[in-house]
Design a protein around this ligand. Structure first.
Ligand SMILES: NC(=O)c1ccc[n+]([C@@H]2O[C@H](COP(=O)([O-])OP(=O)(O)OC[C@H]3O[C@@H](n4cnc5c(N)ncnc54)[C@H](O)[C@@H]3O)[C@@H](O)[C@H]2O)c1
Length: 358
């Protein structure tokens, strides 16, 4: 029998709004919301009839809550997710799962050991274009090459121009951007595109990275990585915070996707700007070499946050996690760390996967 679900939410900032909208649609029961800043939680307390606690331990300790959703800045994810799992709660956590692959691996293992479900929310998997691409992947045959890119418009030239306030160190400490997401474009955009790579294509076995920063800037704005697939195909990842205002298929400075080539064809997926998915659907084009035809698939516009939440909650209700396993967050964090490590120390790095199934 499906379990009933009661959420406890930690963090009521920018990303939380997308999740709360999804829960409003699905009429999900929310017992308690925590934010260190009460004002940020306030609108959701009223809308969902939820209680407020300032300290997230109150969410974890709540007997009513069986699922904890962690939406705080990434640097707090480890302690909150660990606390929730230790208390026997299922967890949905915004990406990235933590700021360290070792911590993400530990959390996934803990969830497995305790028989709990852990989802790191990479919502872009839930675009219909991505789901259809997954279905078409076998038709490509042996994969020879992947180009995966995320160009995010900054509205300014961060590469040679003035460094934005949000990327400047505060006192001797980290910049606001680093404090929020734990890095620059590699973590912000690269994480999503690495998740799509892992989901659609599979796990690379070696990588080399080049990650660029500037003096005075504590986050990267340009990152490249070459990765080798076990079957010999090569992946090129590019993540770029840039000033070009009209690039991308929506012509609004957002240009992100994957081009996957195999011996039997090619597919190209493009995603819309992350925070306004209501304007355009993700796109998919597919080339079939045998028929020598291109097909441009067009999809209804869907909000991937709504789809992702519906999926996670249905899995929790049914008590199963399927292929969206608890190691999803670890795998991305592992690649992010190795790309950075290769860039810092030079050279090709072997990827040793420590999750189950190798
Ligand atoms: N999926 C995506 O595309 C996407 C986009 C943006 C952000 N994110 C992720 O979402 C997370 C949050 O980002 P955001 O932009 O919403 O940040 P934000 O700063 O707007 O919101 C975070 C909220 O958490 C609260 N908070 C901080 N520490 C807390 C604690 N210990 N207990 C309770 N509340 C606490 C803050 O007061 C704030 O209201 C990050 O991990 C980020 O990487 C994902």
């Amino acid at each position: 029998m499906a379990k009933s679900i009661t959420l406890g939410v930690v963090g009521a900032g920018t990303i939380a709004d997308f999740h709360f909208k999804a829960w409003a649609q699905s009429k999900t029961h929310i017992a308690v919301v925590s934010d260190v800043n009460r004002e940020r939680a306030e609108p959701y307390l009223r809308a969902f009839g939820a209680a407020y606690v300032a300290d997230y331990h109150g969410v974890i300790a709540s007997a009513d809550v069986n699922v904890v959703v962690c939406l705080t800045p990434s640097k707090f994810h480890y302690e909150i997710v660990k606390g929730a799992l230790d208390a026997g709660k299922h967890v949905i956590c915004e990406k990235t799962l933590t700021l360290s692959a070792a911590e993400s691996l530990e959390l996934a293992r803990l969830a497995k050991k305790k028989g709990l479900l852990l989802f790191t929310s990479y919502m872009k998997r839930f675009f219909p274009a991505v789901k259809k691409a997954k279905e078409l992947m076998p038709a490509l045959g042996h994969i020879t090459s992947v180009y995966a890119w995320t160009y995010q418009g900054m509205g300014m030239d961060i590469q040679t121009g003035e460094i934005p306030e949000s990327c400047r160190r505060i006192g001797g400490g980290d910049s606001a951007v680093k404090q929020l997401i734990g890095g620059g474009i590699l973590v912000a955009g690269g994480s999503h595109i690495l998740d799509l790579l892992l989901y659609l294509v599979g796990r690379p076995q070696r990588t080399v990275g080049m990650v660029h920063r500037r003096p005075g800037l504590d986050v990267d704005f340009l990152a490249h990585a070459m990765m080798q697939l076990p079957t010999g195909g090569v992946v090129h990842l590019e993540a770029n915070w840039h000033p070009l205002r009209k690039i991308g298929y929506e012509q609004r400075g957002w240009d992100e996707g994957l081009e996957v080539s195999g011996v039997n064809g090619r597919l190209i997926v493009r995603t819309p700007v992350w925070n306004q998915p209501e304007h355009n659907a993700a796109q998919l084009s597919f080339y079939d070499n045998q028929a020598q035809t291109w097909t441009d698939f067009r999809f209804d516009i869907v909000n991937p946050f709504v789809e992702a939440e519906a999926y996670f909650l249905s899995c929790i209700a049914a008590g199963r996690q399927d292929d969206y396993d608890p190691y999803v967050g670890y795998r991305v964090d592992h690649l992010l760390e190795l790309i950075q490590m290769s860039s810092d120390h030079g050279g090709l790095v072997d990827v040793r996967w420590e999750d189950e199934g190798g």
